[in-house]
Write a protein that binds this ligand. Sequence first.
Ligand code: PEP
Length: 257
Amino acid sequence: MAPWPRRPRLVAGNWKMNRTAEEAVALARQIVEAVRGAPPCEVVLCPPYTALESVRAVVRGTPLRLGGQNLHPEPRGPHTGEISGPMLVALGCQFAIVGHSERRRDMHEDDALVARKLRAALRHGLAPIVCVGETVEEREQGHTPEVLARQVAAAYTGLASEDALATVLAYEPVWAIGTGRVATPEQAEEAHRLVRDTLDRAVGAGVGARATVLYGGSVTAENAASLFAKDEVDGALVGGASLEAEGFVRIAAAAGR
Ligand code: PEP
């Protein structure tokens, strides 16, 4: 993967385990129509695996990009129910979410596995969207800085700076995901600084300032602009609000400003 030429403004929709292939096509069509061929920023759709092929057909020829919600660190083999980097690439994906807190929680994915997935994505030419973030207990106990430092360092230590810069990071406080409780712009800003500082230490001086760092957690069309007003915030990873075309496109519009 080549590094991003600049810090793009980017909004990615994580549809999670929602929408059949047919429903996903309808949603993707609405998004394509709403952006009218000119998305205000980089827009990535991450439907369920079962809808990747049909959504690909909808976004083909448009600037919208496709991402997987996960990938296995191995390219093939006896891993029932998993999906690999080459499979995502064959379906037209350019991105893959790794380390989402729902997978850390439900599938017991740890920092070491997230690091392997990040490297697997890069090996196959996918830009990993690497999710990090603290739980509510960790925040309340004042452990946010060390949790973010641990997660980012575990994922990025040993990477060359051009590889690190070909990834996207997403600061997603676990307490904000799907709860309607969004981080304040100041909380997001502070966390993004911590993420960037850790990248400088783990990869090399100056990498943090050049890295693309998204905020994720209850982003809506109403709160997006205040988050994006912070220089540290390059865009958003959006869950619930990405399932409704008009609101999602308004979020992208706010990021593009
Ligand atoms: C997510 O799951 O990545 C997410 C940010 O979800 P939501 O926007 O629904 O909080």
